[in-house]
Design a protein around this ligand. Structure first.
Ligand code: ITT
Length: 177
C-alpha cells in the first residue's frame, strides 16, 4: 500500500490504475513558488514525510506551452483555476506553433529511505477548441494526434501520459529493489 497525497481525484484515479493498492490522502502541503516542478515536489515531500508515516508519494504536474515560453508551467494549477482552458485558448488565438507538453514529477519516500523522484513527459498540441469530458484540468485542450486527452478513456491516456510514465518508472524502481 502506498499513500498518494493529492487533492485531485483525476490524478488519483489514473495513478490507481497503475498501482492498484493506492490510498488517496487529501491532507494538503505547501506548494512553494519555484521555477521547477522538481523543487515544488521535493519541498512538499519533506513536509509530508514528517507528517505521514509509511510509503508515500506526491506529484507536481504542469502544462508547458512552447509559444508561451513554457507558461503556465509551475503556475498550471493557479492558471487552471483562474483563466482556465478558455483563457489558454484565447492566449493562443492566432498562434501557429501549438506545441506543448505535460510534465509529471513524483516524489516518493518510505520509512527507511531517502526521497526519490521520477518524471514523465508527453508531447502534444494545444487544440483550437476544447473537446471531451473524460479527463480533468487541461485535458480537453491538449491533443495527441487527432484526439484530446479529454476524449480518451483512462486506459488510453495511461498508455501515453506524463503521469503514466513517472508512475511506471517508480513502479519499476520499487520492483527492482
Ligand atoms: P495536487 O497538487 O493536490 O496533487 P493539483 O490539481 O493542484 O493537485 P498539480 O499542481 O500537480 O495538481 O497540477 C497542476 C495543474 O495541472 C492542475 O490544474 C491540474 O488539473 C493540471 N493537470 C495536471 N495533470 C493533468 C493532466 O493529466 N491532464 C490535465 N490537466 C492536468
Amino acid at each position: 500500500m502506498i499513500y498518494f497525497v493529492t487533492s485531485n481525484k483525476g490524478k488519483f484515479v489514473e495513478a490507481a490504475a497503475i498501482f492498484g493498492d493506492l490510498v488517496q490522502k487529501d491532507i494538503g502541503y505547501t506548494e512553494i513558488q519555484a521555477d521547477t516542478l522538481e523543487e515544488v515536489a521535493s519541498f512538499g515531500m519533506n513536509e509530508v514525510a514528517a507528517r505521514l508515516k509509511g510509503p508515500v508519494m506526491l506529484e507536481d504536474a504542469g502544462l508547458f506551452v512552447e509559444a508561451l515560453q513554457g507558461f503556465p508551467g509551475v503556475y498550471s494549477a493557479y492558471v487552471q483555476k483562474t483563466i482556465g482552458n478558455a483563457g489558454i485558448l484565447r492566449l493562443m488565438q492566432g498562434v501557429e506553433n501549438r506545441r506543448a507538453y505535460f510534465k509529471s514529477v513524483i516524489a516518493y519516500v518510505d520509512a527507511d529511505g531517502e526521497p526519490v523522484m521520477f518524471s514523465g513527459v508527453v508531447h502534444g498540441q494545444i487544440g483550437f477548441e476544447a473537446r471531451g469530458s473524460k479527463g480533468f484540468g487541461y485535458d480537453p485542450i491538449f491533443y495527441v494526434g487527432d484526439l484530446s486527452l479529454g476524449e480518451m478513456e483512462i486506459t488510453e491516456k495511461n498508455r501515453i501520459s506524463h503521469r503514466a510514465k513517472s508512475m511506471t518508472a517508480l513502479k519499476g524502481w520499487l520492483a527492482s529493489r
